[in-house]
Structures are given as C-alpha cells and as structure tokens.
Design a protein around this ligand. Structure first.
Ligand code: HEM
Length: 219
C-alpha cells in the first residue's frame, strides 16, 4: 500500500501522455459525428485530464486523519474541471461513432460522475464529511476508471475474435461496437462495484458512524 499512490500517479501520467498526444497536435482518435463534436471532445479531453490529476492529488492528500489545506483548493479545481468534462461527455456520449452499447454506457457513466461529484461537493459545504468522502471516492474512482476502459477494449478485441465470424459473419462494424460497448461498461462498472463493497465493509461502517457522531448530524 505504501507505493500505491506513487504507482497510481505514474499510471495516470503515462495514460495522459498517451491519450493527449493526438489532441495536442490537432488530431483525434474519435471520428466526429456532428458539427460541434470535435470542439466538445477537446473540452472534454482537457477538462477530464485536469480532473484525473485532481483525483490523484485528492486521493493522495486524503490518506491521513487530517487533510492538508490544499486539499480544499485541489478539490475545487477537481469539481470545476469535472462538471464541464461530464456535461460534454453527456452531449458527445450518445453520439459516439462506436455503437449503441457504448453510447448508453457513456451516458450512465457521465451522469453518475456528475452526480457523485456534485453530491460530494454539496455534502462538504454542509459539513457532512463522511458523506462527502463516500461520494468523492466514487467520483474519483469513476474518473480513473477510464484507464481500465482502455485496457479492457483491446483485451476483449482479441478474446472475442472467434465471434467475429460465428456471430457477426465477418461484419466488422458490429463486432467493434460489441467490443467497445463491453469495454466501456466493464471499465467503470467493475471499479464502482468494488469501491461500493469496500465502503460497505463492517470496519468502514463503524468508522462512518463514528464520523457521523462527531459531525453531530445524520448522513
Ligand atoms: C468518467 C466519465 C467519462 C465519460 C462519460 C467519458 C466519455 C467520453 C466520450 C463519450 C468520449 C468520446 C468517445 C466516444 O464517442 O465514445 C470520450 C473520449 C475521450 N475521453 Fe472521456 N469520458 C469520461 C472521463 C474521462 C477522463 C477522466 C479522461 C481523462 C483524461 C477522459 C479522456 C478522454 C479522451 C482522451 C478521449 C478521446 C478518446 C481517445 O483519444 O482515446 N475521459 N470520453
């Protein structure tokens, strides 16, 4: 666990280095499907990158019992970057060129990301620290889950290859839609389920009720 945060930071830096390159040089990996698609994608990619760095900073700084003062500043930057990143994802998500299964996943993920972030921000403004922590942990996990999506999709592409002929009769487009869709869903659903189970473990429940008691109001 000692090296978990530096390792996560390294993975995020490598992911951003790979992901951002085409967008910094005027290119794209996503063929546009409507007029504003590309500009909205650019807003999404750059805001989401700031949010991702913010997520690492926040997870790292919230390790101890007392969070440092800059946790607050970094948190505000995280929220300010996440809101436009999620809103743009909600617009370009349904119009994805990678099929309907991914379109639904994009909308569900974008809505949940926005929901947990706003709920976490509202909770901390009301002094509900335990609730803030739970929402923001889910929000950060969703932000970071995009890395998993980029791993699942190529793995599924290879593993499901026999289906290409047997089910799709060589129809590459529908096969790609299936792979992209499954990769999208697995990428965020699995980490969200895991973090939710982790937050419900008995020790955590006790910790939360102690925190709730200290805060003096129900969560
Ligand atoms: C968590 C909620 C997120 C949602 C719902 C979401 C949704 C989307 C959508 C809809 C696209 C266009 C591709 C498509 O049509 O399927 C996209 C592309 C992209 N997103 Fe996100 N995204 C999220 C988070 C992030 C984060 C945290 C990053 C971090 C940098 C990120 C980076 C990118 C990049 C780089 C692309 C361009 C695709 C590529 O070049 O591989 N996204 N995202």
């Amino acid at each position: 666990m000692r090296y978990a945060h530096p390792l996560l930071a390294l993975i995020v830096v490598a992911f951003l280095g790979y992901s951002l390159t085409p967008y910094l040089t005027g290119g794209t990996r996503v063929p546009p499907t409507f007029a504003l698609h590309h500009p909205l994608l650019l807003v999404h990619v750059f805001c989401a990158s700031v949010a991702m760095v913010g997520a690492v900073v926040q997870l790292w700084s919230a390790r101890g019992r007392r969070v440092p003062r800059w946790h607050r500043t970094a948190g505000r930057i995280y929220v300010a970057a996440t809101v436009p990143a999620a809103l743009t994802a909600l617009v370009i998500g349904p119009a994805t060129p990678f099929g309907p299964l991914l379109a639904v996943s994009n909308v569900a993920l974008g809505a949940l990301w926005l929901w947990f972030t706003v709920a976490g921000y509202r909770a901390v403004r009301r002094g509900r620290i335990a609730e803030h922590r739970r929402h923001m942990l889910r929000s950060a996990v969703l932000a970071l889950s995009v890395i998993g999506n980029r791993v699942w999709t190529p793995v599924l592409f290879v593993v499901l290859d026999p289906l290409r002929d047997s089910v799709f009769q060589g129809g590459d487009e529908h096969y790609l839609w299936l792979v992209a869709g499954l990769g999208g869903w697995l990428g965020w659903l699995l980490p969200l389920v895991l973090v939710t189970l982790w937050l419900r473990r008995p020790h955590e429940e006790t910790l939360s009720s102690v925190r709730r008691g200290r805060e003096g109001h129900p969560v």
